[in-house]
Write a protein that binds this ligand. Structure first.
Ligand code: COA
Length: 345
């Protein structure tokens, strides 16, 4: 009879001072894996990882054995020696309603290749769920991870009961800015006069998110004056406050049919430093065909992203592959990029 090998016991804990080099090595493994799936480039400069190791040691000293620091959790896993895996969590509250759960964003989950499929990934996420609930002080908390479409970890998350709730596609900014303009559709920066239209589109966006079982945001709420006033004030903020950029697309009758928000941010080491553009909160009037409005917003957003130095732009908050919105995103020339998977803690 073949011998049955039992799995080694996995322990999940805070990192200790002196483990920075091992944990930085895990980061390096994660970055290399992400690159293989088309992710943003990680640096090859060993000094960046030496610097990261020093910062991790300093961080571990400050935490003094406690994984939670503010709204951030950092956990490592071992099987009786140095760390073989790690995960980070960031606690966020995306909505304003009491009934909207907190979100614990799952980041930088990695189990070293030599230690995989022995239960460490599951143990790290189980522990993160406990810390997420602890930080949410008894309020509901949902764990959410962004997983690249090429990443085989999709199957791992599915096995653990995570559901796909939002999708994204990515496009080269040069390509998007060269899209032909749409007949009779026009995109522009939003102003205070668009507040009511944007508030109505936000309701459609909230309904779409709920239909995909995305728990992170407020349920759809009736449009009311306070909400419209707050949006108008935000859109009327002083010139010079350039981020985020709110965009709308209008039809020939100047009716706003779609909106989206553009953010351009920096990727810092250990990424190769670069600029990343994110076009999110994509909302389209459910009564219209989304493609021309989305294409026009993408074209306009790409021109802004180009001025801000970004080479790639992600279109997030999409419905699943095959849906009109996803197909509209691909019709710009964007490629499938990632999805958000979610599970209640
Ligand atoms: C994803 C990852 C963290 C999983 O870690 P792991 O320690 O190997 O996972 P576990 O051993 O806890 O696996 C839990 C379950 O998922 C299954 N599983 C793990 N990886 C899988 C895969 N690639 N495909 C299918 N199933 C998988 C395991 O068989 C196990 O099932 P079981 O409970 O029925 O035995 C690891 O593969 C990894 O580090 N990948 C590279 C980095 C990465 O993709 N991170 C996630 C970024 S979003």
């Amino acid at each position: 009879m073949a011998a049955v090998r039992s799995r080694p016991a996995v322990r999940v804990r805070a990192a200790s001072p002196g483990e920075g080099t091992v944990v930085a090595g895990l980061w390096r493994e994660l970055w290399d894996a992400h690159e293989a799936w088309g992710g943003y480039l990680g640096t090859r400069d060993p000094r960046a990882y030496e610097d990261l190791a020093r910062r991790l040691d300093e961080d571990a000293r400050v935490r003094a054995g406690q994984p939670v620091l503010g709204r951030h959790v950092h956990l490592v896993a071992d099987v009786g020696g140095p760390p073989i895996g790690q995960v980070e969590g960031w606690l966020e509250k995306h909505g304003i309603l009491d009934t909207t759960p907190y979100t614990c964003e799952v980041r930088s989950l990695i189990v070293s290749e030599r230690a995989r499929v022995s239960g460490a990934g599951r143990a790290l996420l189980d522990a993160l769920a406990r810390y997420g609930s602890y930080m949410a002080r008894g309020s509901p908390c949902v764990l959410a991870a962004e997983v690249l479409e090429e990443n085989p970890a999709q199957a791992f998350y599915a096995k653990l009961g995570y559901e796909s709730v939002a999708w994204s596609a990515r496009i080269e900014v040069d390509r998007a800015s060269a899209l032909p303009s749409e007949d009779a559709v026009f995109a522009r920066a939003a102003g205070p006069r668009d507040a009511l239209a944007i508030a109505s589109l936000d309701v459609a966006l909230a309904a779409r998110r709920r239909a995909q079982r995305d728990q992170r945001f407020d349920r759809p709420r009736a449009v009311e004056a306070t909400m419209v006033g707050a949006i108008a004030a935000h859109l009327g903020r002083a010139p010079g406050m350039l981020e985020p950029v709110e965009l709308v697309a209008v039809d020939p009758a100047s009716v706003v049919r779609a909106s989206a928000t553009l953010v351009v941010s920096s990727l810092d080491p250990p990424f190769v430093p670069s600029r990343r553009a994110l076009l999110g909160r994509v909302a389209v009037d459910p009564a219209t065909e989304p493609a021309p409005f989305l294409r026009e917003i993408v074209r306009t957003a790409a021109r802004v992203a180009q001025l801000r130095g970004a080479a790639l732009m992600e279109l997030s908050d999409l419905d699943p592959p095959g849906s009109p919105l996803y197909s509209a995103a691909l019709s710009t020339g964007a490629h499938p990029w990632s999805r958000v998977v979610e599970k209640m803690a």
